[in-house]
Design a protein around this ligand. Structure first.
Ligand code: S3P
Length: 733
């Protein structure tokens, strides 16, 4: 194998050194503009030959272009002239849109032999002297192949970086540039600017002399190569400007708060930032490719062959949350297996860590919670940031209502729009002090130190989250707390409290709990999430010839509305090997393709299938006849307005669907349904993203679903499992 590296700075030089270690038999040709650098590389044994010009790469099998962005176009033109027929070319530029434009400017189109790439392993050190053979170990390399890129070239470049120890992922060039603008380019621009601003001061030497660790940490990256960062700022101009504007708005806002001595505002802003930073840390420490490996956000799927195989979807989200919460409040150590390693459940783990609970994991679905006892939580140092997770926010509000300390709960942009007064009101009946924003949305502020009194609460919404918040607050109330729900909702909290030794009595639609009891740690095996399985139940039903088995799915009767609805529509679903695991019924589900019929969805099933409606709408669109959903107004206040999101998405695919205030009317197109091709939006909503991806299985020309990053909140390995059973699914960003 003959490798050529153009540019022998930190990036190119480190690749030479890394390849020397893992492939000592490879021949390496190097080129750098400065003769001294070429000679130094030869002297250090990093390269075997020095080329006189970039054209001189001659017969190399693989060429890495690792030059500053400003030189890329001319170097690429020379490499294109000098390459031989089978040479594959990749690059290491920090922006990808500009690279693609430069290549187009040289050749008119993107050749199959070019694979744009970006090793994210820079450092403020630069030059050949900084070369490090381990630079890429455990670092990310993002490749941004285009439609024209040959799969062989992509495989070769992927293997090249993996051999150097890197973790390789793929993304669309534009998405890469947006993400890097915010996570890398903006911080560099800010660091340079801060140091520049301070150095304007005549006394700056004195200032720097007294600068402490904060200054050093924040400005470390201002020691980076100015030419490189000038080129990056200009090459990714549009996305960097968006980032700067966003930051400038925040800074002006902060200035106002300081000018007005707005103590509360400042605390809110700093606490939110601190909490978001802590969650980021927890997600990245988790090692599992969260955060550090950005989530794919654009899916492309098209009609294909039958879906087959046997898979286990991840752990139940509702049960995973509750296992951590009750484990944290219990006496003793709770071992959880099958835990959902999605962002929502990890937000719960992190919130309890911030209240002093020791929690190990998750690792391979295992979590060990060292309970602090029902009275052992500690005041968090800042607001608790729970990301996208409504369940964490609402159930925690119930727990926090009974603590001696104050706490504030915050969430991301989607959660910040969702109704929280529905928990604040019933908790107030127990004597809790819970404040939401003027519009009833987060942040939620809970004033501790209240003495809660057990009482009866009649819920006005059928919500398991609100019911659970009341029962959890009931643990801290004197006497009996009872809660009546207007329709049955999932009862995992009741079942799990029983499992932790706290009896919850049930009479009709009312659940009763006695305050002042202690919880005893237990072991929890979390079954696979029926809400995640639902995407595959519908997918296999609508793709002809499919035969799929979903293992170990939780079949709690308060969650199986989706099975009943699909069966009423004519789906072919069999429960195999029914059993009970840790107080929850479980079974394997075999689903085979079948012709579906439109139905009137029975009102009683709506709360029992509330999370599955997005994908049920897809089933309805493929059924023969009309399907009507009523009494599902709750869908309007989920992670997005799920009625509107699905009406928009399915209409774009050519489905006749009409949204109503509390549901939808969908005119099914029958067994031969073929959706038209379209670009659709998931609106930051994981279930909309996956439902529209399933719809794409009936679109011969494919569907592109945007804004899918939040799939990681509930179903981190959705793409992998979908591909495994046969979804023709590509990632475009
Ligand atoms: C959940 C209850 C439901 C559901 C959510 C999880 C829970 O919400 O939509 O995904 O774990 O209790 P509501 O209580 O708002 O209906």
């Amino acid at each position: 194998m003959h490798l050529a590296v153009i540019g022998l700075g930190l990036i190119g030089g480190s690749t030479c050194a890394a390849i020397r270690r893992v492939h000592p038999d490879w021949k390496i040709t190097g080129y750098a503009r400065s003769i001294a650098t070429r000679e130094a590389a030869l002297a250090r044994g990093l390269i075997d030959h020095a080329a006189e010009s970039p054209e001189g790469i001659g017969a190399a099998d693989l060429v890495l272009i690792a030059v500053p962005m400003g030189q890329f176009q001319s170097v690429f033109a020379a490499v294109a002239r000098g390459r031989s027929e089978n040479t594959v070319v990749t690059d290491a530029g920090s922006t990808k849109g500009s690279v693609v434009r430069d290549v187009e400017a040289v050749l008119g189109s993107i050749p199959s032999w070019f694979v744009p790439g970006h090793p994210i392993a820079g450092s403020e050190r630069s030059g050949l002297e900084a070369t490090n053979p381990l630079l890429y170990v455990d670092h990310q390399v993002i490749l941004t192949p285009l439609k024209t890129t040959s799969p062989d070239a992509l495989a070769q470049v992927t293997a090249f970086w993996r051999a150097q120890g890197a973790r390789v992922s793929e993304m669309a060039p534009d998405r890469h540039d947006e993400v890097l603008a915010l996570t890398s380019h903006l911080p560099h621009v800010l660091a340079f600017t801060l140091v520049h601003a301070l150095s304007d001061d005549d006394e700056h030497l004195d200032i720097f002399r007294y600068a402490a660790g904060g200054f050093r940490d924040f400005t470390r990256i201002a020691g980076s190569d100015p030419v490189m960062w000038r080129d990056i700022a200009l090459a990714n101009q549009a996305a960097v400007l968006v980032g700067i504007d966003r930051f400038a708005d925040r800074l002006v806002h902060l200035r106002t708060m300081i000018a007005q001595a707005d103590q509360d505002g400042l605390i809110r802003s700093f606490e939110r930032a601190r909490a978001a930073r802590e969650l980021f840390k927890a997600l990245s420490e988790q090692g599992a490719q969260h955060v550090t490996e950005t989530h794919p956000s654009v899916f492309q799927v098209r009609a294909g062959g039958p879906l087959t195989g046997c898979i286990r979807v991840p752990g139940d989200k509702s049960i995973s949350h509750r296992a951590v919460m009750l484990g944290a409040l219990a006496d003793g150590v709770t071992n959880i297996t099958g835990f959902l390693e999605g962002e929502d459940a990890i937000a719960t783990v992190q919130a309890f860590r911030e209240m002093g609970v020791e929690i190990e994991g998750p690792t391979d679905g295992k979590v060990r919670v060292h309970g602090s006892g029902v009275d052992g939580l500690k005041a968090p140092q800042a607001s608790l940031y729970v990301g996208n997770s409504g369940t964490t926010m609402r159930l925690l509000t119930g727990i926090l209502a009974g603590q001696s300390f104050n706490a504030t709960l915050e969430g991301d942009s989607s959660l910040s729009r969702r109704p929280m007064q529905r928990v604040a009101d019933p908790l107030a009946q127990l004597g809790a002090q819970v404040r939401t924003s003027a519009t009833g949305t987060p942040p939620v502020q809970i004033t501790g130190g209240q003495s809660l009194r057990g009482c009866h609460v009649d819920l006005t919404v059928a919500s398991a989250q609100v019911k659970s918040a009341v029962l959890l607050a009931g643990l801290y109330a004197s006497g009996t707390t009872s809660v009546t729900e207007p329709a049955p909702t999932r009862d995992h909290t009741e079942r799990m409290l029983n499992g932790f030794g706290v009896p919850v009595r049930r009479e009709g639609s009312t659940a009763f709990i006695e305050g002042g009891q202690r919880l005893t740690a237990t072991a929890i095996d979390v079954p696979a999430d029926i809400s995640s399985a639902a995407f595959f139940l519908v997918a296999a039903s609508i793709v002809p010839g499919s035969d799929l088995t979903l293992e170990h799915v939780g079949l709690n009767p308060t969650r199986t509305g989706v099975l009943e609805i699909l069966r009423l529509m004519g789906a072919d679903i069999t429960v195999l090997n029914p059993r009970e695991v840790g107080g929850e019924p479980v079974g394997d589900l075999r689903v085979r393709a079948s012709a579906l019929q439109g139905i009137e969805i029975p009102a009683a099933l709506v709360p029992l299938a509330i999370d599955e409606f997005p994908v049920l709408f897809v089933a309805a669109a493929c059924a023969t006849g009309v399907t009507r959903v009523e009494g599902a107004e709750e869908l309007r206040v989920k992670e997005s307005d799920r009625i509107q999101s699905m009406v928009d998405g399915l209409s774009a695919l050519g489905v006749v669907i009409q949204g109503t205030p509390d549901g939808a009317i969908i005119e099914g197109q029958g067994a031969q349904t073929q959706f038209q091709s379209a670009d659709v939006q998931a609106h930051e909503d994981h279930r909309i993203a996956m439902a529209l991806t399933v719809a794409g299985l009936r679109a011969p020309k494919g569907v592109v679903v945007h804004d899918c990053a939040n799939v990681a909140t509930s179903f981190p390995n959705f793409v992998g499992l979908a591909r495994q059973v046969g979804f023709p699914l590509d990632l475009l960003g």
